[in-house]
Design a protein around this ligand. Sequence first.
Ligand code: PAF
Length: 283
Amino acid sequence: MQIARTIAEFRALRRGARPPLGFVPTMGYLHAGHRALIERARSECAAVAVSIFVNPMQFGPNEDFERYPRDEPGDLALCEAAGADLILIPPLHEMYPAGTSTAVRVGGLTGVLEGAHRPGHFDGVATIVTKLFNVVTPDRSYFGRKDAQQLRVIRRLVRDLDLPVEIVDCATVREPDGLALSSRNVYLSPEERAQALSLSRGLRRAEEAFVAGERDAEALRRLVRDEIEAQPLARIDYVSLADSESLAELEGRVGGPALLSLAVRFGGTRLIDNVVLEPPAAG
Ligand code: PAF
């Protein structure tokens, strides 16, 4: 495994990588969810690159950029064990040179859900992902379904700007008790963590109701909210049931694939999770 700490170093290493190159962009503090992305890339690509960069542009002024967890030695060990070949750890001044005045904005999809609660977040994500794609020039890039809106924004970005990369989405990895893996889980107190299980429990209840035939959008959202509102430490930002493609909020009967997603705060920690509800194909 080779580590590049500048863009120039990475580009030099990249020239020796056999195609196809798989790429997993990360903000570090890697966990089993990232490992699954790297392993998937490993199984499908001749070479695998991972970037580690905590991107200030996707954090709001009152968010956790300063205290975002960091563990470079642990990250490198996980990358090595998962089979990564190239690591890019770019310095801040190279990703955002003084006087940077260009940003990438994906319209439409970004005004709702995470975008509505975190203004500017997806401009930061779209900008850094575009820059990383330009530096890494991967053939395929791997993203987790836990960041459901991010995944849709990146697919739109790639389509609209004709970026020559295939986006591969991978299942959310969960703890055995259902909690979706997140670098932010480390902030949770034992009590908050226990109550945070209501997120996956609520989604599961709604999914079971959907499979049993419940199609009313508000009834499905209510099942999730009831589960979470029973937890005294939980503060809901949103529980949404939206068209899985357009992310338009659904009312009435759910007819096509729908994204049931949520964001919930426990103290200063904000967690997201989701599930896609797919009506069975007719016939
Ligand atoms: O999902 C993440 O970890 C980040 O949003 C990403 C894609 C690495 C961009 O900073």
